[in-house]
Ligand binder design. Structure first.
Ligand code: 13P
Ligand code: SF4
Length: 359
């Protein structure tokens, strides 16, 4: 029998020239901790000194210095989510925020290059809103359990099962899923988005707990999916009640990706920026943030006189982003985030409907 060899030595034609080819690769800078670097990064160390011991700053500072220099050289802007570590959040980010703020701010960016310090769906959202810019993520493996929980094919089946029911998709999804969607939402606008739809029944996917939490605030019938955030699903109401008992007067504020039983024992619930604003405005004497634990450190650096109780649940995906990887991104123009043109227009429409919704 003769086997047909269909392989070819020619590399498959790429639809895009890589960012490295367009911008060129830069040489790695010297990362020695010199007196000049110590001086030039002193004001940044002030912001993170409670989290990074002075002897460790010698390892951080050369990266911070090189990243801030290369950002200008590359005409790049760093967008960082509230869950990034304090060194990234306070020392190299240009814009910080929750998912909605980052999506909104991505539409206002003037730079040629966006470096997304967050997870992959956030970088995809930035690319959707900036098709002509180069969007990089320092580690393309930074995923999200909610985003992984559902595919475009799943949404098509849901639409067949519930014909005519509008689909609201959490931004924590792939562009492929967004393309099947009427409108996106984030944890800060999910109620307004649901209420904006002219239908008594709404599919709110893929976060089951976010959907259950919004169902308690609206008269509409909410249908959902069984996706969960692997960080927020770990918190329990019993654990929080134990913290309350051990810390009389403590205020507990939770992210709506937590189970409704957890939210029921919280004094306030909101998006990551909603939680930050609550702490900044109300200045509780003692507070526990029921969310990813870098965020408490990021706010702690900005508010005085608030005692943070910190159960530490980390998002392993957010934590893939580090200073050395951000530097590599800038040097090598990687990892570039591209969205399949066959789905980009429909996915963009769903994000733009959300961004343009009057609150
Ligand atoms: P926010 O939109 O509240 O920032 O939430 C994003 C997220 O991934 C929370 O886990
Ligand atoms: Fe996804 Fe949860 Fe991580 Fe947010 S914290 S990125 S929802 S896995």
């Amino acid at each position: 029998m003769t086997m047909l060899d269909l392989r070819t030595d020619a590399a498959p034609a790429s639809a895009f020239e890589s960012a490295a080819a367009r911008f060129g690769i830069l040489e790695k800078p010297d990362l020695a901790f010199t007196p000049a670097i110590a001086r030039e990064t002193e004001h940044l160390y002030e912001k993170v000194k409670d989290f990074i011991p002075a002897f460790e700053w010698a390892a951080y500072a050369p990266y911070v210095h090189a990243i801030n220099r290369l950002k200008k050289e590359r005409n790049a802007v760093i967008l960082a989510h509230n869950y990034q570590t304090p060194d990234i959040f306070h020392c190299v980010a240009d814009i910080v925020g929750d998912s909605l703020q980052l999506a909104r701010d991505a539409t206002q960016v003037n730079a040629e290059v966006i470096i997304q310090c967050g997870v992959h769906f956030m970088a995809e959202t930035s690319k959707l809103l900036n098709p002509d810019k180069t969007v990089l993520i320092p580690d393309a493996r930074a995923g999200c359990s909610l985003s992984e929980s559902i595919t475009g094919a799943d949404v098509r089946l849901l639409k067949q099962r519930y014909p005519g029911v509008p689909v609201v998709t959490y931004v924590n999804t792939s562009a492929e899923v967004k393309a099947e969607t009427d409108i996106c939402c984030t944890s800060s606008n999910v109620l307004s988005v649901v209420e904006s739809l002219d239908s008594d029944t709404v599919l709110c996917i893929p976060d089951e707990y976010l959907a259950m939490n919004v169902a308690r605030q609206t008269n509409k019938k909410i249908l959902t999916w069984k996706g969960h955030c692997e960080v927020h699903e770990r918190f329990t109401a019993d654990e929080l009640l134990a913290y309350k008992e051990a810390n009389p007067g403590i205020e507990i504020i939770g992210h709506p990706e937590c189970h409704p039983d957890v939210i029921a024992v919280c004094d306030f619930s909101g998006s990551t920026s909603g939680m930050i604003n609550y702490v900044k405005d109300k200045r509780p004497g003692r507070v526990l943030l029921v969310t990813e634990c870098s965020m408490a450190s990021n706010i702690q650096a900005e508010v005085q006189g608030v005692d943070f109780v910190k159960p530490c649940n980390l998002c392993p995906h957010m934590k893939r982003i580090t200073l050395p990887k951000i530097l590599d991104s800038l040097l090598n123009m990687t990892d570039e985030v591209l969205v399949d043109p066959a789905i980009a227009d429909r996915a963009r429409l769903a994000v733009e409907r959300m961004v343009n919704l009057k609150q």
